[in-house]
Write a protein that binds this ligand. Structure first.
Ligand code: ZN
Ligand code: ZN
Length: 305
C-alpha cells in the first residue's frame, strides 16, 4: 500500500534469545566459531533474506509478493562476550572497520543486490537477542525506503543547486553559533542534527564527499574511533547503553554522485532511564515529535567525557 517492501519472516520467531552465557553461539569454540579469530563474519542462521531463491522479478507494475532474495550476515566484532566497542583497543576497532569494508565490497558486487545495509542493534532496551558484540549486514534486492527518501532529497538539491545536502549541513554546523557539534576529528564530524527525530540521535559525517566505506581506506580507523567515542558518551548519559547504529552508504548498482556516506545512531532513550516510545503521531502518520532540544543534548554529550 505504501509502495515499500515488508519482509515477512515467521521462521525468525524461533531464533535464539540468550538466557545463559554458555549458550552464546558467538563465543569462541562453538560450532561456527572454531579457530583463532578477532573479528568473524558468519551467515545469519535465521536470515530474513536468502540467496537460494534467486533475484526477485521486480519488473512488473505492482508486485504483490516475491521470494525474499538477499543475504544476511552477522559480524561478530570481538571474541570476548562482554567487551563492547567502548572498551576495545584501537587495533580491534581497526579490524572491525576493515571487516565492515570487506563484507560491503563482497555483497555490493552480487547480482540482484541493490543495497547493502550494515547496522548494529545494541542493548536490551531495543530487544537485542544476544549480548555478544555483533553487527549485521542485510544485502537487499531493493533500495529501502529511508534511503530512497534521502536519495530524493539529495538528488533535488544536486540538480537545482549542484550542492550536496550533507556537505551543506556540515558547513552550516561548523558556522552555527548554537553548537550541535559533539566532537570532530581531522576527517569526521559528530552532531545532533537540527532535524533529529529522536532525542539522542547522532550523525557522523565524513568531511570529504565520499559515498561508501570503499573510499575511506586511510580513514577507517579514525571512523571506528569516533564511533567508539559516541558509544562511550552514551555509556555516560544512559543507565543502560542501547542504540541502533545504521550505515547509510550509496546504493549498489549505479553511480550516485550526490551521495555522501554517513552513520546515524538512534538510541531508544529520552533521558537516563526513560524510553522514548513511538506514539500515534509517529507510527500512524510518520511525523516525529522530539520534545528535547538538539543543542541541549549536544551539550550533554559533548561534556560526557
Ligand atoms: Zn558470547
Ligand atoms: Zn557531500
Amino acid at each position: 500500500m505504501l509502495g515499500e517492501w515488508v519482509i515477512i519472516t515467521p521462521k525468525r520467531a524461533k531464533r535464539p534469545f540468550q538466557k545463559k552465557e554458555r549458550q552464546c553461539p558467538f563465543c569462541p569454540g562453538q560450532k561456527e566459531t572454531q579457530g583463532d579469530w578477532k573479528v568473524l563474519t558468519l551467515e545469519n542462521r535465521f536470515p530474513a533474506l536468502s540467496p537460494g531463491v534467486g533475484p526477485m522479478p521486480l519488473d512488473g507494475d505492482i508486485v504483490m509478493e516475491a521470494p525474499a532474495y538477499g543475504v544476511c550476515k552477522v559480524i561478530v566484532t570481538s571474541p570476548e562476550h562482554d567487551t563492547q566497542i567502548e572498551d576495545m583497543s584501537d587495533e580491534q576497532v581497526g579490524l572491525i572497520m576493515n571487516e565492515y569494508t570487506r563484507v560491503f565490497k563482497e555483497l555490493d558486487a552480487l547480482k540482484g543486490i541493490e543495497y547493502v545495509f550494515q547496522f548494529e542493534n545494541r542493548g536490551k532496551a531495543i530487544g537485542v537477542s544476544l549480548n555478544h558484540p555483533h553487527a549485521q549486514v542485510y544485502a537487499m534486492p531493493f533500495i529501502p525506503p529511508r534511503i530512497q527518501r534521502e536519495i530524493y532529497q539529495a538528488e533535488r538539491l544536486w540538480e537545482s543547486e549542484e550542492e550536496c545536502v550533507i556537505c551543506q549541513i556540515i558547513s552550516n554546523e561548523l558556522k552555527s553559533a548554537t553548537s550541535r557539534i559533539i566532537t570532530k576529528t581531522d576527517n569526521f564530524l559528530a552532531v545532533v542534527p537540527f532535524f533529529a527525530r529522536l532525542p539522542y540521535e547522532v550523525h557522523i559525517y565524513p568531511f570529504s564527499h565520499v559515498s561508501s566505506l570503499l573510499q575511506m581506506k586511510e580513514q577507517l580507523l579514525e571512523l571506528g574511533k569516533i564511533i567508539r567515542d559516541i558509544a562511550r558518551r552514551y555509556n555516560k548519559v544512559f543507565d543502560e547503553n542501547a542504540y541502533i547504529m545504521a550505515f547509510h552508504t550509496r546504493p549498489s548498482k549505479r553511480k550516485y554522485p550526490y551521495w555522501h556516506f554517513h552513520i546515524e545512531f538512534y538510541p531508544p532513550w529520552r533521558d537516563r532511564t526513560r524510553i522514548k516510545y513511538l506514539g500515534g503521531v509517529e507510527t500512524g502518520s510518520f511525523t516525529y515529535t522530539n520534545d528535547s532540544s538538539p543543542e541541549a543534548i549536544a551539550k550533554e554529550l559533548r561534556e560526557a567525557v
